[in-house]
Design a protein around this ligand. Structure first.
Ligand code: HEC
Length: 179
């Protein structure tokens, strides 16, 4: 074959091969540079995508009750029970005198807001005639006198954490004071 190549063909082939080699070399250099640049750039981090991924791989339930976990759960339960007890007014006492002293006295010892005073037997006499059950109901549900236009006795004296039993005990104690 080579015998058919003229000297100018050979020169062309030489130059052409050199050109191909140079182009290939340039391509390799560009690939290396490109790879280096890509490595050195900070990777894009999509906050929302990361959150979504964290969501997807989150465990279905997160309660782990090993010995440590169980102890923590017991402690949490005890704390919750204590918090629930604190929700009951005045430590849950059914001592009417104590509850009166902590709440009802605000109005019923001063006559504030038009409340019948604990010392005013005359004011209480007609109320007591309604019967203790009615007084208790009025104290629990709130009351604005027989006409509905009187001064407001707020439900449970304004403390919804009081139980009905606590209100009843307090009303009974109040009545015992004005009879
Ligand atoms: C914000 C003031 C206020 C507080 C606090 C308050 N009262 Fe009263 N109470 C009133 C007023 C005012 C009346 C009179 C309502 C009326 O007849 O219009 C009243 C009336 C009553 C009556 C008579 C209801 C009737 O049927 O005549 C009872 C019993 C009573 N209160 C119990 C209590 C108890 C128990 C507490 C505490 C738990 C309490 N009150 C706290 C304002 C108050």
């Amino acid at each position: 074959m080579s015998t058919h190549l003229t000297p100018s063909d050979r020169t062309f082939m030489k130059h052409f091969a050199m050109m191909i080699a140079m182009l290939a070399g340039t391509a390799v250099v560009l690939m290396i540079v490109g790879t280096f640049v890509w490595e050195s750039l900070p990777k894009e981090s999509n906050q929302r995508e990361m959150l979504r991924a964290a969501d997807r791989i989150a465990p279905v339930a997160s309660v782990y009750a090993g010995d440590t976990g169980r102890a923590a759960m017991e402690a949490a339960k005890a704390a919750a029970a204590k918090a629930a007890a604190a929700q009951v007014a005045y430590g849950g006492t059914t001592d009417g005198k104590v509850i009166f002293g902590k709440l009802c006295t605000t109005c019923h010892s001063t006559g504030a807001a038009g409340a019948p005073m604990i010392t005013d037997k005359a004011a209480w006499a007609p109320r007591i005639k309604q019967g203790i059950a009615t007084l208790v109901q009025h104290a629990i549900n709130g009351y604005k006198g027989p006409t509905g236009n009187g001064p407001l006795m707020p439900p449970k004296g304004g403390n919804p954490a009081l139980t009905d039993a606590q209100v009843e005990a307090t009303v009974k104690w109040m009545v015992s004071q004005v009879q």
